[in-house]
Design a protein around this ligand. Structure first.
Ligand SMILES: [Zn+2]
Length: 402
């Protein structure tokens, strides 16, 4: 087949109507990351839809995750199950395709309804980020399975339930599934509404430092106290000194303290970092360890550290760049002009890239205003991006090694 015929066939074969119906039905299910009932319903709906593909569907329990509450206690956090579809596990080339079923809108959020903004623009929760992307995965694979190249390529599809809170309950699963894969595609919406892909990404880490001092009467024996709030403030100032252009640090919250006449013995400091490179991440970690030691000594408190870097920085190496070039070339043969730009945002593409597997992580729909009640999907991009992915899959099945 000539490439032009390939491209036209890929675009023609997409079932636009079904894509839109599925995305609208999925958006109507609230899947805030904490809504376990909604996520379970969504997982069932996805399993039903993905049963149209060959292979085995499995639900995977969330990995255990703990958080530090305001009192400094380590508490278990609950998450939904993840869906995995495994197709042709013995194929010589295997891909990982990933999406997430959760959204940032909890069950009690006012943004639950869909609304047409014009003929091609639909406003609604999770339409772009990323239930639209899940439909793109499904329909690209349907077209790919009907092509003559399917035998040569196997794949795992993973749809997790916790991406919006950092994929803590799916990170081990992502890492395991990425192992040995030829390449990976993640279906976050494009970086810009024109279809621009996200290129290199910085990383992200979330930390809680629990400070335990010693309480005393503020008037009678303050010298016997060890003030946890003052120590937390010292940590905060120290964190700002560790910050540089390669690693922004955001002290976000201090909780704790006590009555006005008591030297407080408890505080929790929470902060986020955005390292731009693996080196910057490592340098911050070393600086943090030193800072904790210094504050413990100077303020005679104990400090417990929880959390760390959960999204490693995602540089674009030579093989990843070849994958970007391949996506661009497929776009060009479909009449889609596709560029890319670096971004400060993070996603599961960070975790995949950390395993050394080349990944393009914004293969989903065109849309915008995500994480806000203005979130919109450009409806025609459902079929457009499914055709793009179907062609990318065929090239990955048959092309030269990356
Ligand atoms: Zn997303």
């Amino acid at each position: 087949m000539k490439p032009e015929t390939d491209s036209a066939a890929a675009a023609e074969a997409i079932d636009r109507q079904t894509m839109l119906e599925q995305v609208q039905a999925w958006s109507a299910i609230n899947t805030g990351t904490a809504n376990l009932e909604g996520l379970a319903r969504q997982a069932d709906a996805l399993a039903e839809a993905f049963a149209a593909l060959p292979g085995e569907i499995e639900f995977v329990d969330p990995a255990p995750v703990t958080a530090i509450d305001a009192a400094g206690n380590e508490v278990e956090r609950q998450f939904g199950r993840h869906m995995v579809l495994r197709v042709r596990p013995d194929a010589p080339r295997r891909l990982l395709l990933t999406g997430h079923m959760d959204t940032v809108f909890p069950a009690d959020h006012p943004f639950q309804e869909q609304r047409w903004m014009d003929d091609d623009t639909l406003n609604g929760p999770g339409l772009a980020d990323m239930k639209g992307g899940i439909a793109v995965i499904l329909h690209a694979l349907k077209v790919f399975e009907a092509s003559g190249d399917a035998d040569r390529l196997g794949y795992d599809v993973m749809i997790n339930s916790d991406e919006e809170t950092g994929s803590l309950a799916s990170a081990p699963l992502i890492e395991r599934l990425a192992q040995g894969k030829y390449a990976a595609l993640t279906y976050e919406p494009s970086a810009l509404p024109d279809g621009t892909l996200a290129h290199a990404r910085g990383g992200s880490g979330n930390y809680s430092l629990t400070v335990t001092g010693k309480s005393a009467h503020a008037g009678r024996n303050p010298e016997d106290g060890r003030n946890a709030i003052v120590a937390a403030a010292a940590l905060t100032m120290g964190l700002k000194r560790l910050q540089n252009a390669e690693c922004p640090v955001n002290p976000a919250k201090i909780e704790g303290g006590s009555a006005n006449n008591v030297v407080p013995d408890h505080a929790v400091l929470r902060f986020n970092i955005r390292p731009k490179s693996p080196d910057a991440a490592q340098a911050f970690e070393a600086g943090l360890a030193t800072l904790i030691g210094e504050v413990q000594q100077a303020h005679e408190v104990s400090i417990h550290r929880h959390g760390g870097i959960t999204r490693p920085p995602k540089p674009v190496d030579r093989r990843a760049q070849k994958l970007f070039d391949l996506v661009r070339d497929c776009g060009a043969s479909l009449g889609q002009e596709i560029g890319w730009k670096s971004t400060g945002g993070v996603c599961d593409g960070n975790n995949i890239a950390a395993t050394g597997v080349p990944v393009v992580d914004t293969m989903g729909v065109r849309g915008g205003a995500i994480h806000s009640p203005d979130e919109f999907l450009i409806v025609s991009s459902l079929a457009e991006r499914a055709a793009l992915s179907a062609l990318v899959l065929r090239k990955l099945a048959s092309g030269d090694p990356l």
